[in-house]
Design a protein around this ligand. Structure first.
Ligand SMILES: *Cc1c(COP(=O)(O)O)cnc(C)c1O
Length: 238
């Protein structure tokens, strides 16, 4: 019998492909980031068995523990709020940090990577909703942040933008925020602030709104509960 994870993956891949085709996009240009925060490594392994290799984690300690268990069968994107004192560990553990939202964080990672003569893929997180409680650079400050990272952080490869819009029960209400992120990315690309490392990536869309995000140009969707089910109780101190 097919496992729950396997059948969820099949359904999600079908829904992603349908959303892509609806909007005239190629399904292979959209990647599923399996958000495994507060999910056991055993479930991740089950996803790996069915072809999923990229996972999103919000807590660095947890990401590190899972990487130690699953080793090179997985790559991890960091998608949580990143404290500057954890920046080096993020650079060591993750293949991409999606939540760079301030210069100090970028500089800390860059210095660490320079000593190791390594590069790291990152996204700049934009707070498109302008919500006080959310991380992310404000849209009006994003160009300046991109400019400074380009000038001052040669080890970082800015691949694109990420956002976590305000929660709206109806995914249609989230559409304008996804449009906003795409518009920003287009403006930055036109101004040579993005695009030097291949097609510009847009990480947007979660379990309840990923189809709308794909219709608006997402190249990565971050899906947790629709793949793994409900998460374990909140974890602190990570
Ligand atoms: C938890 C989380 C997700 C996944 O949320 P689901 O609703 O479970 O799909 C995506 N992105 C970020 C930044 C998250 O923290």
């Amino acid at each position: 019998m097919m496992s729950v994870i396997a059948s969820n993956l099949t359904v999600l891949r079908d829904r992603m492909a349908a959303a892509a085709l609806r909007s005239g996009r190629a399904p292979e240009n959209i990647r599923l980031i399996a958000v495994s925060k507060r999910q056991p490594a055993a479930l991740m392994l089950e996803a790996v068995r069915h072809g999923q290799t990229v996972f999103g984690e919000n807590f660095l300690q947890e990401a590190r523990e899972k990487k130690d268990i699953l080793k090179d069968s997985v790559t991890i994107h960091f998608i949580g709020h990143l404290q500057t004192n954890k920046a080096r560990m993020a650079a060591d553990t993750c293949s991409m940090v999606e939540t760079v939202d301030r210069l100090k964080l970028a500089l800390t990672m860059d210095g660490h990577l320079a000593r190791q003569q390594r590069h790291l893929d990152i996204l700049v997180q934009v707070n498109v909703g302008g919500e006080d409680q959310k991380s992310g650079v404000r849209p009006e400050n994003a160009a300046e942040l991109l400019r400074r990272i380009r000038q001052e952080c040669p080890q970082l490869r800015v691949k694109g933008l990420m956002t976590m819009p305000p929660y709206c029960p109806d995914p249609e209400d989230v559409r304008p925020y996804f449009q906003r992120l795409r518009q920003l990315a287009e403006d930055f690309t036109a101004n040579n602030l993005l695009g030097e490392y291949g097609p510009v990536q847009l990480s947007m869309g979660m379990s309840h709104d990923f189809e709308v995000a794909i219709e608006e140009g997402a190249t990565m969707v971050r899906i947790g509960s629709a793949l793994f089910g409900p998460r374990l109780a909140i974890q602190t101190g990570a």
